[in-house]
Design a protein around this ligand. Structure first.
Ligand code: UD1
Length: 392
């Protein structure tokens, strides 16, 4: 681990503690750690809160994205939101005390993001939030609360799209704190293109080259926790599967719920011929490279995830978002995404319509060019030079 006295020329190096906890965080941190490591002016530390801990949900992403092992793992695991948030705070605090970083960087909108931001700000440490400003305007989503509160205490707010900037200004955030830098998820996607293009997932799943299929993901509490809501979705998916085979990588929180509905809850990946025989292949969660590869050749994606809306947009794959709102409107205005809600009849209609007339992506969202992490690091370096990196 780095010592607090490291220096670069006349200025001391900037000690940055980077926090990750859950699957989408790993994708976002990969290009940032890489960009920080390239500059001698930065001494990055990586802390994994342990919010996600299964091999498939965590370690696999570190391998796929070539992220170095974390310097600390807080091993908080699963629990209620309050417990998870509190445990991250409790376990992170003494580490921040010992490391005395100049800055804590958090990404995304998961419980670990909020917990780390609060812990840092309470210690008077500068906080940077990557993917700031996104708003679904639906406060029943835990992520929306995490976004609003994290942004309220952050000093650097790095936004991925224009809507983020406007939302923050509307909330009274000082414009000097807001930096429109693009999207680090896209840095990860483009940076690993060669690897995911050679994924062997198609062989593993028994998907023939050129096969027509759709990819499905579903894990939001509002969609899967209520058995009635989940049953409605399954009805729509089963009808759709008569028109196009679906591949459904199942998030662990959904597995038992599906089993209760009599499907997809098997102990392991269903055999590949499930895809051909029943129309829906329920598979274990996929690694990053396999998942992106699968999406890249799909005819359609159905999802309630945030990040997948962005990846589908970049890959030019039609995406139907199974929610009432999106916090990523640029994927609709510039991309291939449509927000269609949860009504089974509408899901089927929209899916068939989209398959018959796939939307085209005319424009890439501004600054989604694979260089967001470099812009972020440049902003932080300018701050370091201005401050001389004295611990604040
Ligand atoms: C979290 C994020 C969500 C993000 C998602 C990506 C919050 C509030 N939610 O949701 O924004 O889209 O990650 O996956 O932070 N579990 C395992 N193994 C694991 C992790 C989780 O089995 O490695 C199971 C446990 O039963 C756990 C449940 O999944 O209780 C939920 O995990 P949790 O981290 O609380 O939230 P996610 O639903 O994964």
């Amino acid at each position: 681990m780095s010592s607090p006295s490291e220096s670069v020329g006349a200025l001391s190096a900037m000690r940055i503690v980077n926090i990750v906890g859950a699957r989408p965080n790993f994708v976002k941190i990969a290009p940032l750690i890489r960009a920080m490591t390239r500059r001698p002016a930065f001494v990055p530390t990586l802390i994994h809160t342990g919010q996600h801990y299964d091999q498939a949900m965590s370690e696999r992403f570190f391998q796929d994205l070539e992220i170095r092992p974390p310097d600390f793992n807080l091993e908080v695991g699963s629990g209620s939101h309050a417990l998870q948030t509190a445990q991250v705070m409790q376990r992170l605090d003494p580490i921040l005390d010992a490391l005395r970083p100049h800055l804590v960087l958090v990404v995304g909108d998961v419980n670990s993001t909020l917990a780390a931001a609060i812990t840092a700000v309470k210690r008077g440490i500068t906080v940077a939030h990557v993917e700031a400003g996104l708003r679904s305007f639906d406060r029943s989503m835990p992520e929306e609360i995490n976004r609003i509160l994290t942004d309220a205490v952050a000093d650097f707010l790095f936004v991925t799209e224009e809507s983020g900037r406007l939302n923050l200004l509307r909330e009274g955030i000082d414009p000097a704190k807001i930096h429109f830098v693009g999207n680090v998820m896209i840095d990860a996607l483009e940076g690993s293109r060669r690897q995911w293009e050679s994924s062997s997932i198609f062989d593993k799943l028994g998907v023939e080259p050129g096969a027509t299929y759709a990819v499905l993901t579903l894990h939001r509490p509002s969609n899967v926790d209520d058995p009635g809501a989940l049953a409605n979705f399954l009805e729509a998916f089963e009808t759709l599967a008569r028109h196009i085979p679906l591949v459904f990588p199942v998030h662990p929180r959904v597995k038992q719920r599906l089993a209760r509905q009599g499907c997809g809850g098997g102990a392991a990946t269903e055999p590949p011929d499930r895809l051909r025989s029943k129309g829906i292949a329920y598979v274990d969660p996929l690694g990053y490279l396999d998942f992106v590869a699968l999406v890249s050749r799909a005819r359609l994606v159905l999802t309630d995830s945030g990040g997948i809306q962005e990846e589908a947009t970049m890959l030019g794959v039609p995406c139907l978002t199974l929610r009432e709102t999106t916090e990523r409107p640029v994927t609709v205005t510039h991309g291939t995404n449509r927000v269609i809600g949860s009504d089974p009849g509408r899901i089927l209609d929209e899916a068939l319509q989209t398959l018959a007339h796939p939307p085209r992506r005319d424009r890439t969202p501004p600054l989604w060019d694979g260089h967001a992490a470099e812009r972020i690091v440049e902003v932080l370096d300018a701050h370091r030079r201005a401050k001389g990196s004295t611990p604040e």
